[in-house]
Design a protein around this ligand. Structure first.
Ligand code: ZN
Length: 317
């Protein structure tokens, strides 16, 4: 069973602009700096709450110098973060001071929403007071407890074939339809709540998306144990869905497949988590390489674009 969003992964252009925005402006913790296991000359940056709890984890592949992507169908299109009720005016002011344009706050389906774009143009929304969100926020990067991001609220999938995706989410993923209106269907994973909702607009962007900086690559859904991978493999194969084998991503284990609307899905285990290779107190302060790349550290570091964190830690070394 999938219990909620595990992480969302997107492309950015410049790691420095990405780190500055997600830590200093949005107040997320940089919890891991590693490389893209499938493309070791580039980083994989992870943000989240203090320990990178599933449902709080947003990750980026910086593709410096690569042509911008085009957000569109066949991708996730909007990332929504959960913030406490009554904080959107303060957020709008904070974002304005950082030179970020915002739209709203506006009311949508009984919740208050503030819309913005990240430095690469990825659509983000801050949703205030959605559900009864008791998750502990990270406050170590300058955003106070009373307004800090609690984790994801939901994610919006821009399907190439919304009808087929809706059927798939019910029959294969086993999710429940909890709300439907003229604009969208809202699905619930597990027990639902912030971080366990998925929205499917009936009429998303007019054309198919193109991968590159400024677009979302995939959404990972949480599963509790490794043994569930085998069950999912069988279930997906029985449903005729091409699916990868399980990959060891150090911090979780993952398998990948596309839903019929083109969006890349991942199923990621909750364990072992981000403290497996460095202490909780200093997460994200050293370039972490998987064991199979450690012997080539110098060569890997030489290919990476330099950036400095909010705490003054310089990467790649
Ligand atoms: Zn992933």
């Amino acid at each position: 069973m999938t219990t909620g969003i595990h992480h969302i992964t997107a492309f950015c252009a410049d790691p420095q602009a990405n780190v500055d925005f997600y830590t200093t402006v949005l107040g997320l913790r940089l919890i891991k700096v590693t490389i893209n296991y499938d493309d070791p000359g580039t980083y994989h940056l992870y943000y989240g709450d203090e320990r990178g709890t599933p449902g709080s984890v947003l990750t980026f592949f910086p593709w410096t110098g690569s042509p911008r992507g085009t957000p569109g169908r066949g991708q996730a299109g909007v990332i929504r973060f959960s913030v406490p009720a009554g904080t959107l005016e303060v957020w709008a002011e904070r974002l304005g001071q950082a030179g970020i344009l915002t739209l709203g706050p506006q009311t949508r389906d009984d919740t208050e929403v503030l819309t913005l774009a990240d430095p690469d143009g990825i659509l983000l929304e801050l949703v205030a007071g959605s559900g009864n969100d008791l998750r502990e926020p990270w406050t170590g990067d300058g955003v106070p407890q009373e307004m800090a991001i609690r984790g994801f609220e939901s994610v919006e999938l821009w399907s190439l074939r919304p009808d087929a995706t809706n059927r798939f989410l019910e029959s294969v993923m086993g999710w429940s339809l909890v709300d439907q209106n003229e604009e969208r269907s809202r699905w619930q994973l597990g027990n639902g709540g912030p971080g366990a909702w998925v929205d499917l607009p009936h009429h998303p962007a007019p054309s198919a998306g193109k991968m590159g900086p400024g677009t979302i690559h995939h959404v990972a859904w949480s599963i509790e144990t490794d043994s569930e991978h085998q069950r999912w493999l069988e279930q997906l194969q029985e449903s005729g869905v091409p699916v990868s084998h399980a990959y060891d991503r150090t911090y979780f284990r993952s398998l990948y497949f596309r839903e019929p609307g083109g969006v890349l899905f991942e199923l990621a285990t909750e364990a072992p988590g981000f403290t497996i290779d460095e202490p909780l107190e200093t997460l994200g302060e050293k370039l972490q390489l998987p064991a199979w790349l450690e012997a080539q550290r110098d060569r890997v570091e030489a290919q990476l674009t330099p950036f400095v964190t909010r705490r003054g830690v310089a990467f790649p070394a």
